[in-house]
Ligand binder design. Structure first.
Ligand code: KG4
Ligand code: ZN
Length: 389
């Protein structure tokens, strides 16, 4: 859905609506009369909190891929958000033997673990379910059968508790995660680097995003995972390559830095991946896996840092924010720190707990929208290919 930011450039991503406009988007109920639906729904929600509309307690579910996660946050406009609970059941061990995520296994496991995680989150947060002001879930992008589990559960809880529901874009969760411990989201340039996405954005504030560039083929994390597989490392390849690269020479192989000097801000990682494959094939097994890992990682780092710094220069933003699973990589973080120290930019990174998929980042994105008076219709569907902009 196009946003209201003017100029047609900043785009709001999903059918989240202002709460006062919500009745217009309700799915028609066969037995309810029109005016009755509107009355019933407006009574369901008395604002972020009936006592204090600026404070809210929010429960969110993330189940877009292979992590089942539930978080509870408490937040207040202009104040630091408190993460009261952040529970994750990782399925990495389950999918590892298949060398990647098996959608059928992922959704089954979400449904097996979700209820226990919700109970654990409520216990850890020390709150009752009837104290939760709003429920949220990732509604895209991701695996359809996995998204359905989390969003249906969150909608069910919202319905039963008569509280609003918010469908959140997974990428908005990553995007805002570096600011979870801050009191506001300032204008900045954001790089999201995960297993499914590599995106450069200009961010004016929450909900006001403009795409600057993205990958034209593989995502950075996907390249790490595919190269890890080629090198015989376990899934997921990213953390394994980082470990192996620690003992290698990053200059041993001169791999391509595709598109680094092109005038646009897009990325390409498939040529780099193929270059690693050819090197492996040519050497007929006689290569140092450590040197290959280190050289591959160095190429990815130079591309990501080079393009992001250019994006910040061109858009005149002082702050650079880094998020997503690949941003856990220490060599990448150090390279960004060094580059920002030289260029005078301020670097904000997501806490290591909130880089890979988690529900706290979804809860935080939902909280900002909830405090701004937005919610989603209960008929909101999942969107496996939901774009952020
Ligand atoms: O954000 P995330 O958990 O899931 C998606 O939304 O895709 O990111 C997972 C990705 C995987 O590709 C994984 O290999 C990569 O993040 N990753 C890393 C590291 N830790 C996780 N890549 C490089 N270095 C790491 N230390
Ligand atoms: Zn993710």
């Amino acid at each position: 859905m196009r946003g209201e930011s003017g100029g047609g450039e900043l785009i709001s991503f999903s059918p989240i609506v202002r709460a006062d406009k919500m009745s217009a988007l309700l799915m028609p109920l066969p037995t309810a009369r029109k005016h009755r639906r509107r009355v019933v729904f407006s009574r369901m929600w008395a604002g972020p909190s009936a006592k204090n509309p600026r404070v809210a307690l929010l429960l969110a579910i993330e189940s877009s891929c292979d992590e089942t996660a539930v978080a509870i946050v408490r937040g207040e406009a202009g104040e630091r958000t408190e993460v009261l609970a952040s529970e994750i059941n990782s399925q990495i061990a389950l999918h590892r033997e298949h060398g990647g995520v098996v959608p059928e296994l992922a959704s089954r496991n979400h449904s097996l673990h979700l209820r226990g995680l919700v109970e654990m989150a409520l216990r850890d947060a020390g709150v009752r379910i009837d104290e939760i002001d709003a429920f949220a879930a990732t509604t895209g992008p991701g695996l359809a059968s996995s998204l359905l589990i989390g969003s249906t559960a969150a909608k069910g809880m919202a319905c039963a508790a008569q509280r609003p529901f918010l469908g959140i874009n997974h990428l908005e969760g990553h995007l805002l995660s570096p600011f979870l411990a801050e009191t506001s989201v300032p204008p900045h340039v954001a790089l999201i680097v995960s297993g499914g996405h590599t995106l450069l954005l200009d961010v004016e504030g929450p909900g006001r995003y403009r795409k600057l560039g993205g990958t034209r083929d593989d995502a950075a994390g996907e390249a790490f995972d595919k190269v890890g597989k080629m090198l015989g490392l376990p899934y997921p390849g990213g953390p394994e390559i980082e470990k192996t690269a620690g003992g290698g020479n990053p200059n041993a192989y001169d791999f391509p830095r595709s598109m680094l000097h092109d005038p646009h801000l897009d990325f390409s990682f498939s040529g780099l991946k193929t270059a690693v494959l050819y090197t492996l094939q040519k050497a007929n097994g006689k290569v140092s896996i450590a040197d290959l890992s280190a050289s591959f990682q160095q190429a990815v780092i130079e591309i990501l840092v080079g393009k992001t710094l250019r994006a910040a220069r061109e858009s005149g933003r002082q702050i650079i924010a880094l998020s997503g699973g690949v941003s856990l990589n220490q060599a990448l973080r150090s390279a960004f720190q060094d580059a920002c120290a030289k260029s005078g930019h301020e670097l904000v990174t997501a806490s290591p707990d909130f880089c890979t998929d988690n529900a706290a980042m979804i809860a935080f994105a939902a909280l900002l929208r909830h405090l701004a008076g937005e919610c989603s219709p209960l008929g909101e569907d999942i969107h496996p290919n939901l774009p952020l902009v």
